[in-house]
Design a protein around this ligand. Structure first.
Ligand code: FES
Ligand SMILES: [Fe+2]
Length: 469
């Protein structure tokens, strides 16, 4: 392995070697040390609402079937046949009680157990030669969910998901728990961009600074009520647990007025008042900050924004969940879901979806603006000159480390973690510091499973049961 300690040291002092955004060796380390260990978002429980519902999702090269079995438990199973390794499920989503491998026809229940093995007796001599009992598709090493967001980890010893998310859960609730029913999703839209995966994650975590420049045209055409994108500097960024994000400063008013200001109808405001904690309501109602974009380390991002959906002053909020799925050092598959409170009025859901499609998703105006930068950046990072360049990612700090704008006090910002008003790169540094910590740690040994000889009754871990570890 090439020694990357110099790179990691630079990253930790906020100076970013430009080549990390397009470097095969770095990507190899990310795959081996980061994606092999971290909790990674794969699906939302509403996507597999009924027994038999499944979606197929990838973690780098590994394909997983995320399915709700006949007992209502959600499972994540490695999508590789135990016989010769064919991909068992080739559809992207659907409902099935069984999956049959297209190659030789082995079949599996939707909880992963083998049920059918053609010519079992003739080919293997029956159970003596190959024990079907207890054989299952390989479960994801760890599986857990929060507010219906399903995560898996390739590390059976991963810390509990709640611990991993930590205080970021406080902020995750604004997007995913506006009512007791949580959210429902549409999508994902899925497309590839020739850009490194870290750029999107960093951008959503804290880059309020790009809005006035990159998204000038979106502001000019009047998509937002606020006439100037510079409004962003009045917002705060926050970092808590393993995630962080940006906020907009709201005009003066009560909690109700402020939620109405971003377009929530009264009945949704009432439900939020019931469902969010006093502190969560205080951030909006008293401190006057409305959560906007955010990222959870390493590659999950969220958006909350409120554009105009018609030629009037009315705005309407939308929520999007998105994942930056790495394909290689210079290519990312973007998965982008529209999310909405499941109890929202139908008319709100319809217009909110429209608002989302205007801004994000494969045709969204923000998306187009952003990606142009990210592709260009990735391209340039591949060259030899990029290896000589340390990018300055110290925004928000003076040379001696003093903060340009001091950390907000608990009286100014009721949310957990560390928050600052104004443009800064605190959050991008938080993300990359975690990245550096992972890249530094050599991987552990992974357990192996021998097909046909594993001990009986090993069934894939279920979300509703204990997290497998
Ligand atoms: S590879 Fe699946 S049945 Fe042979
Ligand atoms: Fe953007």
């Amino acid at each position: 392995m090439t020694d990357q300690s110099g790179v990691l040291d630079d990253v930790r002092r906020g100076m970013i070697p430009a080549h990390i955004y397009n470097d095969a060796e770095i990507f190899r380390l990310e795959r081996e040390r980061l994606f092999s260990r971290s909790w990674l978002f794969v699906a939302h429980e509403s996507e597999v609402a009924q027994p038999g519902d499944y979606v197929v999702r990838r973690v780098l090269e590994d394909s997983f079937i995320i399915a709700r079995d006949e007992h209502g438990e959600v499972r994540a199973m490695f999508n590789m046949c135990l016989h010769r390794g064919m991909q068992v499920c080739r559809a992207e989503m659907g409902n099935a009680s069984h999956f049959r491998c297209p190659y030789h026809g082995w079949s599996y229940r939707n909880d992963g157990r083998i049920v059918g093995l053609p010519f079992h007796k003739d080919a293997y001599g029956g159970e003596d030669g190959f024990k079907r009992k207890g054989q299952t598709l390989l479960p994801a090493p760890a599986l857990a969910s929060y507010n219906g967001l399903i995560f898996i980890s390739m590390d059976p010893d991963a810390p509990p998901l709640e611990e991993f998310l930590g205080d970021f859960r406080f902020y995750l609730d604004y997007y995913t728990k506006q009512s007791p029913s949580g959210i429902e999703l549409r999508g994902p839209q899925r497309w590839r961009v020739k850009a490194n995966w870290k750029i999107g994650a960093e951008n959503f975590a804290g880059d309020m600074y790009h809005t006035p420049q990159t998204h000038t045209s979106v502001v000019e055409i009047g998509l937002f009520r606020e006439p100037k994108a510079e409004k962003r500097k009045d917002g705060a960024t926050y970092w808590a647990g393993n995630g962080g994000g940006t906020t907009y400063k709201l005009p003066p008013g009560t909690l109700e007025e402020r939620l109405r200001y971003v377009g929530y109808p009264d009945e949704m405001v009432e439900r939020m008042k019931q469902n969010l904690s006093p502190e969560q309501l205080r951030v909006v109602g008293e401190d006057g900050f409305m959560i906007s974009a955010a990222s959870v380390f390493p590659n999950l991002s969220l958006v909350h924004n409120w554009p105009r959906v018609a030629d009037s002053d009315e705005v309407l909020p939308f929520i999007s969940i998105r994942q930056w799925q790495p394909i290689s050092e210079d290519e990312t598959e973007v998965l982008s879901w529209f999310a909405v409170d499941a109890e929202a009025p139908e008319e709100f859901k319809r217009l909110s979806y429209k608002a989302y499609l205007m801004c994000f998703g494969s045709t969204g105006m923000f998306e187009q603006d952003d990606v142009e930068n990210w592709v260009s950046l990735t391209n340039t990072a591949a060259g030899t000159m990029a290896r000589r360049l340390l990018l300055n990612s110290r925004m928000g700090l003076l040379e001696d480390g003093t903060e340009v704008s001091p950390q907000l006090t608990p009286e100014q910002f009721a949310g957990p973690g560390v928050a600052h008003v104004g443009y800064s790169e605190f959050n991008q540094r938080e993300l990359l510091n975690r990245w550096a910590d992972h890249l530094e740690r050599p991987p552990g040994d992974a357990a192996r499973l021998q097909v046909g000889q594993a001990p009986a009754d090993a069934r894939p871990a279920a979300v509703n049961g204990a997290v497998s570890s």
